[in-house]
Design a protein around this ligand. Structure first.
Ligand SMILES: [Fe+2]
Length: 246
């Protein structure tokens, strides 16, 4: 029997997100872009996928990348100038991705943190376990008037078997930012499954690239080609708050 089948829409670019609020595009200060040329190449590539605005977020880690607002903002100016010179029409700003390590509490008390719009602080945890003082950090940040945005919750597999931990964070007003790369299986199947679960549970507020290098760009492009995932994304992407931040 002949039946009319209406194909579900697929996502063929990231234009609906518009703003990418998590990436490592500033040269030489973390494990992202190494040179200004590389920064520009990555930005061009992301533009090609539909992003038109970037708030890039270098790592801030006491041990590995002790970046300060001064270091970050200085590099931002270098990239902005290079982009202008190349005629790239792009809006690029910077915030940071703060690791909630032992030094974070002190840092938070002593310096003004770099934030995303809405006074949001992008924070991450180590991938082995939650910081012992996680609840205290969240409370401290909120008391200081910041909104807490947790980077890639799907990658913290220590929360996967205790889904209530996610729910409890959401209940306390913590927002979640998922990495697009998790959906394409870039970090492995368990993280991909966890990402799908969080997405379907309606717990994800923002999608971002967390782009560090060319390999990430290739996988972000691949995601748009994968029918199943890009259909699923088309369904959810409209609910994301990326544009509201812009
Ligand atoms: Fe990151």
């Amino acid at each position: 029997m002949f039946s009319f089948f209406k194909a579900k829409p697929m996502l063929d670019s990231y234009q609906l997100l518009g703003l990418d609020l998590h990436s490592h595009l500033l040269p030489g200060i973390d494990d992202g872009a190494k040179t200004v040329e590389e920064s520009l190449a990555l930005i061009r590539r992301l533009q090609g996928m539909g992003f038109n605005r970037f708030i890039t977020t270098p790592h801030v880690m006491a041990d590995l990348y002790p970046n300060t607002p001064e270091i970050i903002l200085e590099k931002l100016e270098v990239v902005r100038a290079a982009a202008r010179e190349e005629g790239l029409e792009v809006q690029i700003d910077a915030a940071a991705e703060y690791l909630m390590d032992e030094a974070f509490g002190e840092k938070m008390a002593a310096v003004e943190l770099l934030t995303l719009p809405g006074n949001r602080v992008l924070v991450e945890m180590a991938f082995v376990s939650a910081p012992p003082n996680l609840d205290q950090y969240i409370f401290q940040l909120q008391t200081k008037g910041y909104k807490v945005l947790l980077a890639h919750p799907e990658r913290y597999l220590f929360f996967r078997d205790n889904f209530k931990r996610y729910e409890s964070l959401k209940d306390r007003g913590v927002e979640f930012q998922m990495n697009l790369l998790s959906l394409v299986g870039y970090y492995g199947k368990p993280i991909q499954d966890n990402a799908l679960r969080l997405l379907k549970a309606g717990m994800i507020d923002y999608l971002a690239t967390d782009l560090h290098h060319e390999r990430h760009a290739e996988n972000l492009e691949r995601l748009l080609q994968e029918k199943k995932i890009s259909r699923l994304l088309a369904e959810y992407v409209q609910r994301m708050k990326n544009q509201l931040l812009a």
